[in-house]
Design a protein around this ligand. Structure first.
Ligand SMILES: Cc1cc2nc3c(=O)[nH]c(=O)nc-3n(C[C@H](O)[C@H](O)[C@H](O)COP(=O)(O)O)c2cc1C
Length: 244
């Protein structure tokens, strides 16, 4: 450093320091780009910011409605972090930040639904399970490692859950809606899960992906696998991937 200030080689030393700093900056940008674009899988330990969702696309709503069919066979193709973010946004993303209103309607805006994505093969996201935080549009890791075999076992060994690179679990905290609507909340929460699942299914079609909504599973096994807290129950499992 003294050399840098005092010697006649100052321009060289300054250049070396500048080059080192430049490398560090580029390295930082490269790491960040990897995280954003799905280059290297991130460990399932830190909160993961999802890319901003796209608000327009080439597939019309009518086309998506026409093309949606239950898909149960998937290729090995991984999904990307961007695709996962877009699907989560379609299901429960915040579209009016002032009041926290979302893509899917909610009885009294009580928002009882949660979404957990179980990742087997994704670009930019390590295998594991992650809880979606709609307000921040990010993912909070809840489980490490590929959980697809256990998930399929908890759902009558349905092969779609084994093959799909990712599965979205729609869960509900009924108490949020019961606080306002009492016993009627049961039906409201179920209706809401339907809205969210349909949004996700149509978004999948628009992205060239396939999905199927799965209701046949053992509630207790799925709750245990996903480590759901008391008062939260699973309603739907939605495997998504490139149709085989
Ligand atoms: C509440 C509900 C539960 C379902 N559960 C399952 C399931 O456990 N496994 C499955 O393969 N499909 C399941 N499905 C998908 C239906 O089998 C499918 O929607 C139906 O055969 C019509 O075909 P389509 O979705 O291609 O129009 C379920 C659908 C609904 C609405």
């Amino acid at each position: 450093m003294r050399d840098l200030i005092t010697s006649r080689n100052m321009p060289w030393s300054a250049l070396k320091v500048a080059a080192t700093l430049l490398c560090l900056v580029f390295w930082g940008i490269a790491c960040n780009a990897d995280q954003q674009s799905g280059g290297e899988a991130m460990p399932a330990t830190q909160t993961i910011q999802l890319p901003e969702p796209s608000l327009s696309g080439p597939v019309s709503l009518e086309e998506a409605l026409t093309r949606r069919r239950s898909v149960r066979g998937f290729s090995d193709h991984p999904v990307t972090l961007t695709e996962i973010g877009q699907l989560l946004w379609a299901a429960q993303g915040v579209t009016e930040h002032g009041r926290g209103l979302r893509t899917a309607p909610s009885a009294g805006a009580t928002y009882p639904l949660e979404i957990i994505v179980i990742v087997g093969r994704a670009e930019g996201l390590a295998p594991g399970a992650y809880r979606y935080a709609p307000g921040r549009h990010d993912l909070i890791p809840v489980l490490q490692d590929d959980q697809r075999q256990s998930l399929a076992r908890a759902a009558l060994n349905q092969s779609a859950l084994l093959q799909a690179p990712v599965t979205f679990a729609v869960t509900a905290v009924h108490a949020r809606t019961e606080a306002r609507y009492g016993r009627r909340a049961t039906r409201y929460v179920d209706m809401e899960a339907g809205h969210a699942a349909q949004n996700l299914s149509l978004q999948a079609v628009a992205q060239g992906l396939g999905s199927v909504v799965i209701g046949a599973f053992n509630d207790r096994d799925v709750s245990a696998l996903l480590d759901l807290p008391p008062g939260e129950s699973p309603l739907y499992l939605i495997p998504v991937g490139k149709p085989r």
